[in-house]
Ligand binder design. Sequence first.
Ligand code: NAG
Ligand code: NAG
Ligand code: NAG
Length: 353
Amino acid sequence: MKALVALILLVQLPIHKAVPAAPTAPLGCDDPEAEAAAEVAVSYINSHSHHGYKFALNRIDNIRVLPQGLNNDIMFLELDLLETTCHILSPTPLANCTVRSFTQHAVEGDCDVKLQKLDGKLSVLASKCHSDADSSEDVLQLCPGCPLLASLNNTEVLTTVTAALNYHNSKTADAYLRLLEIGRAQIQAHPVHIVSVEFAVAATNCSAEEAKDNVEACQLLPDDQSNFGFCTATMVMSPSKDLKVDCQLYGHQTQTVFLFQPGVTYSQPGQDTSAGLLPSVVQGFTNHNLRLSHNSPAASESSSSEFPTSMLSAKSVAKRAVAEVAQHDKVPHPVGFVPPPPPCPGKIRHFKI
Ligand SMILES: *[C@@H]1O[C@H](CO)[C@@H](O)[C@H](O)[C@H]1NC(C)=O
Ligand SMILES: *[C@@H]1O[C@H](CO)[C@@H](O)[C@H](O)[C@H]1NC(C)=O
Ligand SMILES: *[C@@H]1O[C@H](CO)[C@@H](O)[C@H](O)[C@H]1NC(C)=O
């Protein structure tokens, strides 16, 4: 009998060894630990994005934790983000950036992020994002007649940007500005034909007056003096032409060490903002894609194999959890019982898209 017990123990021993440490309770998408990881992830995504706008967290879709050892976890996050009104070059901290409303034709970002949590310290190992504008049908359903996003290379958009920048440069006593990129554009057809544009600019080493003599000699300021800015403009096309322009320079930012690297030089024949830079990637698109906005392939464009397919099955786990909660609900509960929320996806911070 003793021998049998010993044998059983012996047989079981290697099995016990193979079993990993007891799994901790799964992390919910709205747990503070998940939110802390998402904050680090969003900050990483914005700091590695070189085009378009900063994105803010809308919802944590899913989280998966793979324990690696003592105080060492790998975390996989699926995040839904929304475009804010802050250009990526803006020094405004994300917390102060306004998320664009649904009626402004929202742009949503989807990101998979892999983080490591080592001794309580979070760092991003990889991220993979893409972004899409909401469908025009969705916008029009809720807001008939709302202006929709237009292609960034739309002729009316380019005309408005050029006119706006020329107008600003003709009025200012300060530095002559050059176009860096068009951020977004919306066109309203009725009742008035209006083109609204937003674009990033940079100061050159010329005053607007000096630029009149020889615009070709006006260069963007070197990195250590760079001064970026942002313009909004609306042009009423008909019944009568009317242009409104507002440009603000951010002032030199010491932390803007990364350099805005345009894809190609964009030029519009016969216009004197011709040295404006427009990344080729936006041709034919209404928004800068977060995927293409990440300029550091090694750090942020890891292959999808980095993200386990089991993340997908984690979704069904979440669904099962919901189902279980629903099951529990059939059982009568004492008054005041609040069923626990499903662990994932988490709460929506702004609006559903
Ligand atoms: C951001 O918002 C906080 C709180 O409203 C405010 O105190 C701070 O000055 C703002 N910062 C910027 C750069 O706007
Ligand atoms: C701007 O910089 C360019 C290149 O360094 C130089 O040729 C030009 O004279 C400068 N313009 C002014 C107004 O300083
Ligand atoms: C915008 O770019 C797309 C893709 O390159 C092209 O097919 C389209 O003709 C362009 N539109 C304009 C107005 O240049």
